[in-house]
Design a protein around this ligand. Structure first.
Ligand code: KG4
Ligand code: ZN
Length: 347
């Protein structure tokens, strides 16, 4: 048996993170520590992540995240077998900060460097948290991503489809902004929708007339803006109820679209006759209760297991990067000092 211990670094969006993951041959991987330093307050005044501010904050925070992750794990750099780092896709300044930090540690210690695709990190998370077997269907829904992947192995993914414009989290955030609700928009829109009538406003269900697994969410924002402006023109402003009804209608459109496209993705996946059919979700939007309930009901109908890792591992973190790096390390992959940061990097 062999025990591998990896440090992972993540800095591709607005979270600076470091984590230590360990695995002994034949056993499940274990998270020894996971530090996430969010930047939400730094960007809140600007209505979105500002790449320049994000990159600077990552560069400032990475060292202390690494120190904290090692301290929490009770280890030193000498106890590690390798360093994994998100090498893309993401905001280039942030990705570069992470890659440079990892190269520095690698140069100073001689530890091998492993570049990890951020999306592979999300897609492998169910293997880190649960005992699930390949192939499984993965739905990635966050503020930056929306796609269906069949995970067939640690480095083998088939992409079935995804958004052609906005990610659903982005749509939630924009909706919140248009209605004067606090950021992040997902939780505030969900809370408003709880006492709203989803039938009062009819939002479009984009691309449902197409047989593929692609989605589109940018039209919802336009529809919302039109409805909002019409109410304001008629009544001079929005009441609490108007806002709740708009949120409920918007959320229902997202749920319907995701459930219907997931049905199609599941049918494609089930054609391969997987032994233990499983749908796993990741990304911040997977926290949404209505979306979860809709997907769970669908899985019940299609006799497929539904798996949602704990929220802290669904959103951006470095444990998933350390774990994906560990899987890559086991295949013999090593990236040297020539590892470069890639803003775009499809799986
Ligand atoms: O995965 P994540 O933390 O970050 C990245 O996108 O990288 O996802 C954040 C997104 C935000 O857009 C946020 O509004 C959304 O997830 N979100 C939700 C909920 N909680 C967070 N969307 C819908 N319903 C929620 N309950
Ligand atoms: Zn992410």
């Amino acid at each position: 048996t062999q025990t591998l211990t990896l440090l992972g670094l993540e800095s591709s969006c607005d979270d600076t993170a470091a984590a230590v993951v360990r695995q002994t041959t034949g056993a499940k991987a274990e998270i020894l520590s996971s530090i996430v330093f969010g930047q939400t307050e730094l960007h809140s005044a600007y209505g979105g992540v500002v790449p320049e501010i994000a990159a600077r904050a990552h560069a400032e925070k990475l060292d202390s995240c690494v120190r904290d992750a090692l301290a929490e794990a009770g280890l030193t750099l000498g106890d590690l077998d390798a360093i994994a780092v998100t090498a893309g896709p993401g905001l280039i300044g942030g990705v570069m900060s992470g890659v440079m930090c990892a190269k520095g540690i690698s140069a100073a210690t001689g530890l091998p460097l492993i570049g990890v695709n951020h999306l592979a990190g999300h897609a492998l998370t169910p293997r880190l948290t649960d005992d699930i077997t390949y192939p499984y269907l993965m739905l990635l829904v966050s503020g930056g991503h929306c796609q269906y992947l069949i995970a067939r192995g640690p480095e083998t993914f088939s992409r079935l489809g995804g958004t052609i414009d906005d990610a659903p989290g982005e749509a939630f955030d924009k909706t919140a902004r248009l209605l004067g609700l606090p950021q992040p928009g997902g939780p505030s829109v969900q809370a408003e929708a709880e006492h709203g009538d989803p039938e009062r406003f009819r939002f479009p269900r984009p691309l449902l007339d197409r047989p593929d697994c692609n989605l589109s969410f940018s039209g919802l924002k336009t529809a919302l803006m039109r409805m909002r402006d019409q109410i304001i023109a008629e009544k001079g402003g929005l009441t609490r109820q108007d806002r709740a009804d708009l949120c409920a209608g918007f959320q229902a459109a997202i749920v319907d679209t995701l459930v219907e496209k997931t049905r199609r993705a599941l049918r494609l996946y089930l054609e391969d006759k997987p032994q233990y059919p499983t749908l796993a979700v990741a990304g911040g939007v997977a926290a949404n209760t209505e979306i979860r309930n809709g997907l769970m009901a669908l899985c019940g109908e299609l006799e497929t297991d539904f798996l949602a890792p704990p929220l802290a591992l669904c959103t951006d973190n470095a444990a998933m990067i350390a774990y994906a790096g560990l899987e890559r390390y086991k295949t013999g992959a090593r990236d040297g000092m020539s590892l470069s940061a890639r803003p775009r990097w499809p799986l």
